[in-house]
Design a protein around this ligand. Structure first.
Ligand code: 4AD
Ligand code: MG
Length: 480
């Protein structure tokens, strides 16, 4: 058969070329009254309706119009009689490209729970919710690259396999080709990693920051955008074992420059998504409203999804120090009434997500940037303040999410860095290449890491991070 050029549903729905012959290919969402086929091809969240004349169509063929089947339809584009769509296709030729057994196809034309859809993640792309989520994810990824490209940043590909623990937190997945059942041993009986593939112990990267810093000391402005891995055993709605991170690193920049860049980036990508994903966001807004109907009034959002995104664009993020935040939290109602799981009693406590969310959602009611954290709860590479107790760290906290960005001005002074590494038992000899940047033309610089899935979570209004990455990796979860 001669292959006819298909028109995407998205374009077809905009078309007014009534009377013209068109070919559309996609998957059947529903088939009603032996007459109306709703077809989706993924180009838009909306379906095109095709109308088949059952009196002239082979009955066996009609029976194969089941939910999930792939079809090719050629017919005349006509103005729609029905409500809800402008155009429809009057079927002249109908071909089933791939059958779908209606009894067995797990996606029925009804509401499925997100938990169920997670179990069939290989098919969930075919639902409106996941069509919208992954379109938004795409728009965010694209606009992140565009933002940095337009500013002259260089996109740096940092290694996935590495011998260093960038965060010094030790939550790494080991990479090895040694025979687990019979590993080579040293004379003293330890596993001999000198005989491993790379001649030393290696792991999946937790962050590309250290390598990004090397490049920033040459290009001035770089960013990474790649997968990162954390073997933290956190079964939460905000943690993944494999997630994507965006890490800009800028030379000759201090913490204020860093905050400004981060705020500008977040606003830019949210704006881009509002501008390009209107249908998707409208759908997600309504989905969230439905979901929140099941919650008690005080747990529902004050703003709907789109209003929340616009609110974010039109307000400056609140900037304050960790010390100021601790005072607010210490005097807060949930702390006094012992409603927090972790009570704030002294300076130095690490903030839990309940505290971050209190600051953002209840106290300031807008995004917050906290700076100058105690050095004890932050990584070795952060620039030390004159007070000797805090570092030039910044965390950006978002409503419903908590920490979305973590970053800092970096310690560019060799002697301070070496001393801190010693105190924190970070092996300086293994990181000689990192220290070299401080020996040869060191300069003030700063950067941050934006957790991509947390951003997608925020913009889509989804509640579980496993629903904004195609195939989530989490403890005991590595299907597909
Ligand atoms: O705060 P983190 O650990 O910072 C770093 O890795 C720095 N090297 C970044 C830098 O300065 N270049 O992680 C950065 C962000 C967090 O704010 C959070 O959004 C996200 O990464 N993140 C996670 N997202 C999903 N699942 C996890 N397990 C995450 N851990 C961190
Ligand atoms: Mg952090």
């Amino acid at each position: 058969m001669e292959s006819v050029k298909r028109i995407k549903v998205k374009d077809l729905l905009q078309s007014t070329a009534y009377g013209s012959e068109v070919t559309v290919k996609g998957w059947v969402r529903t088939f009603r009254n032996n007459q109306f086929i709703a077809i989706n091809d993924g180009s838009t969240i909306n379906n095109i309706q095709a109308v088949v004349d059952f009196s002239t169509t082979d009955e066996a063929l009609l029976k194969r119009l089941t939910t999930g089947a792939a079809v090719s339809i050629t017919g005349e584009l006509i103005e729609s009689q029905g409500k809800g769509q402008k155009v429809e296709v009057k079927v002249k030729h109908l071909e089933i490209l791939g059958d779908s057994d209606g009894e067995k196809f797990p996606l029925q034309p009804k509401k499925h729970s997100l938990e169920f859809l997670r179990e069939i993640a290989h098919l969930r792309f075919r639902t409106n919710t996941f069509n919208a989520v992954f379109k938004v994810r795409h728009a965010l990824a694209y606009s992140i690259h565009k933002f940095f490209n337009d500013k002259g940043f260089v996109y740096l590909h940092t290694p996935i396999i590495t011998a260093s623990d960038a965060e010094g937190a030790g939550e790494m997945f080991r990479v090895t080709t040694l025979d687990f059942n019979n590993p080579p041993r040293t004379e003293t009986g330890e596993v001999d990693f000198k005989q491993d593939f790379f001649g030393k112990t290696t792991n999946l990267t937790v962050s590309g920051q250290l390598e990004a810093e090397l490049a920033a000391m040459a290009f001035g402005e770089v960013y990474t955008f790649g997968p990162t891995f954390r073997a933290e055993n956190s079964n939460t709605t905000r943690h993944l074992a494999e997630f994507w991170m965006i890490e800009p690193e800028v030379a000759f920049a201090d913490l204020t420059d860093n905050m400004n860049l981060a705020e500008e980036l977040l606003k830019y990508v949210i704006k881009h998504t509002i501008d390009t994903c209107a249908d998707e966001l409208e759908f997600l807004k309504n989905r969230l409203l439905e979901e929140e109907k099941t919650k008690p009034q005080d747990e529902r959002s004050e703003l709907d999804l789109i209003a929340k995104l616009n609110f974010c664009l039109s307000n400056d993020f609140e900037r304050l120090t960790y010390t100021e935040a601790i005072e607010i939290l210490r005097n807060s109602n949930p702390n006094k009434k012992k409603k927090f799981k972790y009570l704030i009693d002294k300076w130095g406590a690490d903030l839990q997500s309940e505290h971050e969310r209190y600051l953002v959602e209840k106290h300031f009611k807008k995004p917050v940037i906290l700076v100058d954290y105690p050095k004890e709860i932050k990584a070795f590479y952060m620039r030390q303040n004159e007070d000797g107790t805090t570092v030039r760290a910044m965390d950006i906290l978002f409503p419903g999410i908590g920490e979305i960005i973590g970053g800092s001005q970096r310690e560019e002074r060799l002697e301070y860095l070496e001393k801190r590494m010693g105190e924190m038992h970070i092996p300086a000899d293994e990181l000689y290449w990192y220290l070299d940047t401080r020996k040869f033309g060191t300069a003030p610089h700063a950067g941050f890491g934006l957790g991509f899935e947390r951003l997608v979570l925020f913009v889509t209004g989804m509640t579980n991070i496993r629903d904004v990455i195609p195939f989530p990796r989490a403890p005991k979860t590595a299907e597909f």
